[in-house]
Design a binder for this molecule. Structure first.
Ligand code: NAG
Ligand code: NAG
Ligand code: NAG
Ligand code: NAG
Ligand code: NAG
Ligand code: NAG
Ligand code: NAG
Ligand code: NAG
Length: 393
């Protein structure tokens, strides 16, 4: 019985490319591991700037090749020697000479060799123990460790049996996968979703009523079916899409925008802390020098500043720069350094005359504009939501 099962399992693994069996490895040049129907695939990818190349083990959606999960976001590895492996002790790990010790995704209490790691058609990468009687035990799953993307059936909330929390945490910058500034969480007591910025709640979805959240645009919710579970085992939130072609994921960006594949779900980057529009939370008064409706807008112009100040902290990014510029009346605009960390603040000596020389082709930076004066950029629904959110007062 056991021998037959082992043999048939091995054959299956070799025939289909959706699994790793004990002894299998996957490196940067290996063929991708595809889920059975090809919806998702797993492989190593690299991202480079002038200073470094970072390599991550990632799960992609084959729909548009976007990354939906990363296995080593806290620590990048070396492209030339990074290896994902499942060994004969049942340990699933990523190794590279960059690392002092391997990144252990799962290690069983006792060595076991009847395991298999499979990329499922849900995008969940699961490690299972295969018992001689034909049953399987789930040992580990990527869905328990969300990064910045919520896939259908992936949970937010808490597992009461293990105390484990499921939440999304944005990257520090587009380039740096390290956990950043924003998190999306499920709050069981209020039955609502929240977004925190550096731990402080900056947005609330509003209570779940009639299969809808008050502070999420109808466009973003229409095709979703939510599943809210509250029992002694867990308190969780998840969704599925009623139309396969619509919402394939929610993605929490480094700047605090929660989007689905066709527009925005929430723009927490527009919560400046002084009003309650669209679910934004109040945590501070509006600075004397700012007006309701002021938002930082990206411009590609030559900033005709009078002086510049810097914050070179590598652990801060866009939204930190935005928050400090907002509350500093001497700050008129900002940008990050080229890798997306740190801040460059622009100042004009007379704060009411933000002169921009539009005749010179310039650089991307952010300057305050009043939304009530902005002509909408034609970016479809997303912009419309953003205007609705702030045209209330
Ligand atoms: C990477 O894996 C492939 C098989 O998938 C193997 O042929 C190759 O030698 C490996 N490369 C390195 C550098 O280990
Ligand atoms: C599996 O990997 C773990 C962790 O690196 C190691 O301690 C163990 O000896 C390995 N088992 C085998 C059979 O190589
Ligand atoms: C797997 O473990 C079993 C029981 O511990 C052992 O008899 C068998 O030889 C092992 N197989 C391999 C391929 O290591
Ligand atoms: C199958 O085997 C496992 C491990 O021995 C055991 O925990 C499980 O209860 C068994 N299931 C059935 C249906 O026999
Ligand atoms: C999804 O898109 C495909 C290809 O465009 C189409 O054939 C299919 O009918 C669509 N499904 C739904 C439910 O709209
Ligand atoms: C950034 O964070 C790292 C890790 O937490 C810490 O070691 C380092 O001192 C921080 N750097 C700055 C400039 O705060
Ligand atoms: C603006 O203020 C800064 C800081 O006080 C000063 O160094 C600079 O010379 C001033 N520039 C102009 C054009 O007045
Ligand atoms: C703002 O600066 C421009 C260019 O220096 C100048 O022409 C204009 O009069 C200034 N406006 C005010 C209100 O100071």
């Amino acid at each position: 019985m056991w021998l037959w099962l082992w043999w048939s399992t091995s054959t299956h693994v070799q025939a289909a490319d959706d699994s790793l069996k004990p002894g299998d490895t996957l490196n940067f040049s290996s063929p991708q591991l595809y889920s059975q129907s090809g919806k998702y695939f797993l492989h190593f990818y690299s991202i480079a700037d002038e200073a470094s190349i970072d390599t991550y083990m990632a799960i992609y959606s084959a729909y548009d090749n976007s990354i939906v999960w990363k296995g080593n976001r806290e620590q990048s590895v070396d492209q030339t020697d990074a290896v994902l492996s499942l060994n004969f002790s049942g340990v699933l790990k990523i190794e590279s000479h960059f690392l002092e010790k391997p990144i252990i995704l799962y290690s069983p209490p006792q060595p076991i060799n009847n395991t298999m790691a499979t990329l499922l058609d849900t995008g969940n990468f699961v490690l299972q123990q295969l018992h001689p009687n034909g049953t399987k035990t789930l040992l580990w799953q990527s869905f328990d460790y969300p990064t910045d993307t919520l896939l259908p059936t992936m949970k937010l909330g808490v597992n009461h049996k293990t105390g484990h929390h499921w939440l999304l945490v944005s990257q520090l910058t587009q380039m740096h996968a390290t956990p950043g500034v924003f998190s999306l969480e499920w709050e069981p007591t209020g039955q609502e979703m929240i977004i925190r910025r550096r731990g402080k709640v900056c947005w609330r979805s509003g209570k779940f009523r009639n299969n809808r959240f008050e502070n999420i645009p109808e466009d973003a919710q229409r095709v979703l079916k939510y599943s809210i579970v509250s029992n002694e085992d867990e308190d969780s939130f998840s969704f599925i899409s009623k139309n396969e072609n619509h919402t394939r994921w929610w993605f929490l960006s480094d700047t605090g925008q929660l989007s689905h594949n066709q527009g925005y779900v929430v723009r927490a980057d527009l919560c400046y802390g002084y009003n309650n529009d669209g679910g934004c939370q109040r945590w501070q008064d509006i600075p004397k020098c700012r007006n309701p409706g002021d938002v930082f807008t990206k411009k590609m112009l030559y900033p005709d500043y009078e002086y510049v100040t810097y914050d070179k902290n590598e652990n801060i990014s866009h939204s930190d720069c935005e928050a400090s510029c907002w509350s500093n009346c001497y700050c008129n605009g900002f940008k990050e350094f080229t890798d997306g960390t740190g801040c460059i603040f622009y100042h004009w000596n007379s704060s009411d005359n933000n002169t921009i020389d539009g005749t010179v082709s310039g650089v991307d930076f952010y300057i305050l504009e009043n939304t009530r004066k902005i002509t909408p950029h034609h970016r479809g629904r997303s912009t419309a939501n953003f205007l609705v959110l702030f045209s209330i007062d």
